[in-house]
Write a protein of this length. Structure first.
Length: 133
């Protein structure tokens, strides 16, 4: 019974890692497909808006790919956490200046705790599959 639980947990871990990687790669790709969205939510106190949008897109894609490489997945997970913390000011800026991207105030508010969910999701993958039980 214990072995089946471990196999099941390992399968969930692999699926979770793959889904997080896909999310990161897709989010990073959007920085190139629709950079205007990200430029709109960039806090004005940050310099080099275009460069930061593109650099964060590259980082998201790279970290997503590295998350799929077992040798680097735990480091990629830490990188994802750092990146999510680094871009959090954009979510705060969007919430405080909702007129720049019209949507329901609830949607803007939900982006804030959702960032924490993604951080916890990535944190689960900092430990590596062998330590998950």
């Amino acid at each position: 019974m214990q072995k089946n639980h471990r196999e099941s947990t390992g399968a969930y871990f692999a699926v979770s890692r793959t889904l997080l990687a896909i999310f990161m790669i897709m989010a990073g790709t959007m920085h190139f497909v629709n950079p205007d969205f990200f430029l709109k939510i960039m806090p004005p106190y940050l310099p080099l808006h275009q460069e930061l949008v593109l650099a964060s897109g590259v980082c998201e894609i790279l970290l997503g790919v590295l998350l799929l490489v077992p040798r680097y997945s735990h480091l990629a997970a830490w990188g994802i956490i750092a990146l999510l913390i680094a871009v959090f000011p954009a979510n705060i800026y969007l919430y405080r200046h909702q007129e720049i991207l019209p949507a329901s105030p609830i949607l803007h508010l939900l982006r804030l705790p959702l960032q924490g969910v993604f951080i916890l999701w990535a944190y689960w993958h900092t430990k590596g599959r062998k330590q998950v039980s």
